[in-house]
Each structure stands twice: as C-alpha cells, then as structure tokens.
Design a binder for this molecule. Sequence first.
Ligand SMILES: CC(=O)[C@@H](O)[C@H](O)COP(=O)(O)O
Ligand SMILES: NCC(=O)COP(=O)(O)O
Length: 242
Amino acid sequence: MRLGVNIDHVATLRQARKTFEPSPVFAALIAQQAGADQITLHLREDRRHIQDRDLELIKELVIVPVNLEMAPTEEMRQIALRVKPNRITLVPERREEITTEGGLNIASMKDFLKDYIEPFKSAGIEVSFFIEPDIQQVMASKEAGADAVELHTGRYANLWKENNRRDLEEEIEKLKKAGMEAKRLGLRVYAGHGLTYQNVRDFVRELRGIVEELNVGHSIISNSVIFGLERAVKEFLSLIKD
Ligand SMILES: CC(=O)[C@@H](O)[C@H](O)COP(=O)(O)O
Ligand SMILES: NCC(=O)COP(=O)(O)O
C-alpha cells in the first residue's frame, strides 16, 4: 500500500501561537524524503490549521503527488483550480467538528457533485470522494464521476480501540465489500482517518489487494513530536509496505 502523509497537524501546532513554526512546508519535504508516496493536506473553510500559502508552497516545492482535501464549496473550487493539486478529495465539513466525522453523502448530492467536479476532470486533476464504506455510496460516487473513493476508517479505528471484535469484524467486511465494489466499477480505492501504528497492521492484513493507498496524519504527526518526523514516517511505511 502507498502512504499519503497528512501534515495538517503540524499547522495546528503553528496556529496555536499564530506564528511561523513548525512549518507544514518543511514537514512535507521531510515526509517526502522519508519515503511518503503523497502529501495530503486539508484546507478547511475556517483555516484552523493549513493556510492557503501552505498549499501554494507545498504544491510548488513537493515532488510527490499533492492531495488536497476540501469541502465542495465554490471558494475551495476556485482555490483548487488555481493551485492545481494532483488530486482533490471532497470531504464534509462542519465548523464545530473537532475532526472529520464521516463521509460525504454522495447519494444525496450526485447531480450537484457531477457538475462541481467537471472543471477538475477537464483540468486533469484526479477527483476522490471521502465516503463511508457503503455500497450505495460507492455506486453513487461512480455515477457522479469520481475517479476514486477514500473509505472512511474512523469507525474501524474506534472499534479497534474498544476491542469490540464482533462489530470490528462487521466493519472490516463492510470495508472489504465497498472496496471490492469500487474496484469492480473501475474506481481507485483509498482509505483513511484514525489509522495508527497499532491498528494499521490488522487493516493491511484484511484489506491488502483491495485498498491501494492510506492517508494518515494525526498518528504520524503525534509520534513525530516524540521521535521526529523522518522516523515516524519510515516506521509507518514499514508497517504497510509489502
Ligand atoms: C478527511 C479526514 O479524515 C482527514 O484527512 C481530515 O483532514 C481530518 O480533519 P483534520 O485534519 O482537521 O482533523
Ligand atoms: N483522509 C484521512 C487523512 O488524511 C488523515 O486522517 P488522520 O490520520 O489525521 O485521522
């Protein structure tokens, strides 16, 4: 599996003092050097962490693909079409949320999304939808014109932490079925949210061959505070690479 390193929470630490350090741009370059296959960042409407300038500089300086997570708004569409990341990942946002709480309900906004993503398709920018591991959402993503889906692994992570084996096995089956349906429909299959050094081994064992890329941020950045970012990235890579 490939690894997308999400560097949002380097910016969270910087924004705590609204200062210049630590730099998410510097972090992206270190993560790339450590072997990250992609840099992921979430430009939120409230700019609680990543700023527009971070996105511009990372797109300019990073060699590996840049994956911009964004809400499906007109403001974000204009920014993304100007900066031109390699991929956009459409995610839901609520100002009061602590972090992303779930996937986009594609089925309820299919026609809107089909129109919204058209300029990205024309510009050759990959379009991914962040969704719950649900067959209906996968089918709706294909119908709306997505190139890929990123399966929300937040429930998997929570059930793993609770050691709720019965519900965890059920969630893994949902992830497998959604991922296999996405592959059958010709969508690329990614996953992310809440994955850690502890819970990722089981995930890789169960979803290898179905999910081709993981996007991981909070756990890697948290461990980088203790062990350094290069080591944090390399150790996560060692857990997911064949
Ligand atoms: C979509 C997702 O699960 C994360 O990539 C997202 O970035 C979480 O938002 P925060 O980074 O603001 O916690
Ligand atoms: N889309 C998931 C992501 O980029 C990182 O999520 P997390 O590891 O910070 O929970």
